[in-house]
Ligand binder design. Structure first.
Ligand code: RP5
Length: 166
């Protein structure tokens, strides 16, 4: 699976194509904000050499952030973080057993010095939004779009409250 563009700035990778139903929410955020991204399977356990090469080459190829999702023994985000200076956002993907707790704990408990920004179980949309915020810190136009997005969230929540109060 690939969704490559000429010059992606966000890499969305996952341990298996079976993670895509969860991870596609991150790609949808990229589409919403008009951010060039790539999506691919880079398994830490089944493709360890390719996974290291991906992490080592990511910054040089122009990526600014990596969103990495995996389930079970979810070592992909942490291993990528160990070989790239880029921010890595980890998405715990829930599998058939353990309700994603295994995925969460595999990703969140990183040793000091090697950070992974872990979002909630199956939280790929927030992973995408966090990547947008990282990019927006150095992009005034994108920052304005994120601010508008937040205002829209506020308006939607306010409207829900208004309907309940009626
Ligand atoms: C993990 O193993 C993947 O990230 C996926 O969540 C899980 C199962 O992979 P498949 O057996 O469905 O390919 O590495």
């Amino acid at each position: 699976m690939t969704a490559r563009t000429a010059s992606p700035v966000v890499g969305i990778v996952m341990g298996s194509d079976s993670d895509w139903p969860v991870m596609k929410a991150a790609a949808e955020v990229m589409d919403e904000f008009g951010i060039a991204y790539e999506a691919d399977v880079v398994s830490a356990h089944r493709m360890p050499r390719e996974m290291i090469a991906y992490g080592e080459g990511a910054a040089g190829r122009g990526l600014k952030a990596i969103i990495a999702g995996a389930g079970g023994a979810a070592h992909l985000p942490g291993m990528l973080a160990s070989v790239t200076p880029l921010p890595v956002i980890g998405v715990p993907v829930p599998l058939k057993y353990l309700d994603g707790m295994d995925s969460l704990l595999s990703i969140v408990q990183m040793p000091a010095g090697v950070p992974v920004a872990t979002v909630s179980v199956a939280g790929a949309r927030n992973a995408g939004l966090l990547a947008v915020r990282m990019l927006a810190a150095h992009d005034p136009a994108l920052l304005a779009r994120m601010t508008a997005f937040q205002a829209d969230l506020n308006a939607q929540a306010t409207e829900k409250g208004r309907k309940l109060r009626e």
